[in-house]
Structure formats: C-alpha cells, structure tokens
Design a protein around this ligand. Sequence first.
Ligand code: DC
Length: 226
Amino acid sequence: MVHGVAPVITVDGPGGSGKGTITQMLARKLGWHLLDSGALYRLTALAAGRQGVSLADEEGLVKVAAGLDVAFEPTPEGEPVKVILAGRDVTAEIRTESAGDNASKVAVMQSVRDALLQRQRDFRQAPGLVADGRDMGTVVFPDAPVKIFLTASAEERAQRRYGQLKDAGVNVSIDALLEEIRVRDERDMNRSAAPLKPADDAQVIDSTGLSIEEVLGRCMAAAGQA
Ligand code: DC
C-alpha cells in the first residue's frame, strides 16, 4: 500500500460478470467509497445525446466528458446507487442496452478516457475505495494493493442479463443478448486505449456457476478480509 494514500480494491471485468453487484457489496461491507466508472462512460454518451453532440465528434465528446455535472447518491441496501445528471435522475436511463453500447463506443477514444481520468482518481478517499470498471487495475489505480478481475462465460452473462431484464418486464431474446455481449467484449478487449484485460498482479475470479455470496466470499478472501 502507498503510504498516506487511501487503499483501493479494483474490480475489473466484462459486463455481466457480477462486478457491479460485487463492488456494491464489498463497499458496503467495508464501509468504503464506491466508483462505478462505467457510469461515467454511459453518462458521457447520454449527455452528448442531450447536447446534440455526435458520438463520432471526439472533440465535442471530450468537452462533454470534462464538463459532466454528475452526482452519485447513496441508497438503501439492495438498491442501485442513484445517478443524477444535471439535476435529473438518470439511474434507469443509463442502464439500458443502448446506453451501454454507446458507452462502449465513446470509451474507445483515448482523449475521452483522459478527460475522465482525474475525476475517477478523485474518488480515492479515506477510509478506502472499491472501484468497478475495465481499466481500474491497469490504468486508473495501477498501485492498488488489491486487484480483482471478475469474469464469467458469455453464455452465463447473457443468462443473468436475461433474468434481470425479464424481472424488469423487458422482453428480449437470449440469442440477441449473447450476440450483443460478444460484440461489446470484442470492442472492449481489442481497442488500443486501455483494453479490457487483467492487470499482471490481478487475482482472476471466474464467477460462472457460483452464487453471488460465493463470489463475494472469494473477493473478500482475495482482499484479505475473509
Ligand atoms: O461497466 P459498464 O457496462 O457500465 O460499462 C459500459 C461501457 O463503458 C463498457 O462497454 C466499456 C466502457 N468502460 C470502459 O471502457 N472503462 C471503464 N473503466 C468502465 C467502462
């Protein structure tokens, strides 16, 4: 651990690996702050749409990213953190498949990533931070004392997403979800700017076939808190 700097646990991995849930559970259990870095990419794409900035306009997107007026508000246990963009609750809006897809498109741009870098590092405050994303352990917090890379098979991730959407009353085909997951993985892993990959010193945890409690137990053990 770097002396005098708040500790960080990074949780990276592909979408649907359970990262978001695990990060929230870890942060709650430890009483630490939470960073949902994916939300920042989702918000950048959403705010761009609102401001009439095209997702192909890199310069415009950098300005949008740098000027994001966002607040994350804590919620009772079991509920997702509330995300407020320019005074409006966009918690549900940024979670749609298209918001995720748009986020993945703006996230390929190095200049957009640079514009969001310091904002992410500012979340590192005492007593500690649990950071969820794709490049938390490789780029944003390379000195984090604990790095977890959470993964699961594409089929299992599609199945989980299908369950979530069904519960929310959204009708989708599992094959379409699987295809979207594959396309997004491909884009996230093969981009030149901060591609999705485990840090050299990350502990890889495969959550395929495990319950969320089992995954949490493994993550706590990885964090030395079991
Ligand atoms: O974790 P998520 O599904 O909310 O992320 C949405 C997109 O944002 C994802 O496809 C890739 C991108 N992203 C990223 O490039 N770097 C991060 N640290 C987090 C997300």
